[in-house]
Write a protein that binds this ligand. Structure first.
Ligand SMILES: [Fe+2]
Ligand SMILES: [Fe+2]
Length: 157
């Protein structure tokens, strides 16, 4: 397995959310391709940071939506987000210290996570929340959220 694939089951039925999910998958695949081509180490680490940043920003928006709607399953949903972010951070640290990344294992872990999360947590959330507007920050605000998350990853204690 060399890349993540979008599947119809991942659709939440909300165009903006599906678009964000597809964009995350495309971004992850771009970094996987870079690793596959034995891309420059600095660029791979930067790409992993971008993935972390983009996923963090997406999660933050979903979490804000849940809070706004007083969503009953907030804690479980957020815990699953935190679990993936911890995993990506761990993989990035491993790559930084060992210079190698098991691309198949990395892809499989992300594919399992996305497949499960989109179809359960996100589908449930968006089914309830879809009558209200989905939070769409301005591009500059989104970029700021991504940059902050990436900085958090790079400057962890
Ligand atoms: Fe999501
Ligand atoms: Fe989610």
């Amino acid at each position: 397995m060399a890349s993540l694939e979008w599947r119809d089951e991942y659709c939440t039925g909300i165009a903006g959310v599906d678009y964000e999910h597809q964009a995350l998958i495309a971004q992850i695949n771009a970094v996987l391709a870079l690793i596959g081509q034995n891309g420059e180490r600095r660029r791979v680490i930067d790409g992993l940071g971008d993935i972390y940043g983009a996923i963090s920003a997406h999660f933050a928006l979903e979490e804000r939506m849940m809070e706004r709607h007083d969503y009953a399953e907030y804690a479980e949903h957020k815990a699953d987000h935190d679990r993936l972010l911890d995993e990506i951070q761990e993989l990035t640290l491993d790559y930084e210290s060992s210079d190698s990344l098991d691309r198949d294992a990395f892809t499989q872990r992300l594919a399992d996570w996305f497949g499960n999360h989109f179809q359960t947590h996100d589908a449930r959330l968006h089914r309830l929340a879809w009558l209200r507007e989905h939070d769409h920050p301005s591009p500059s605000k989104l970029e700021k959220m991504i940059r902050h998350a990436k900085d958090r990853l790079r400057h962890r204690p």
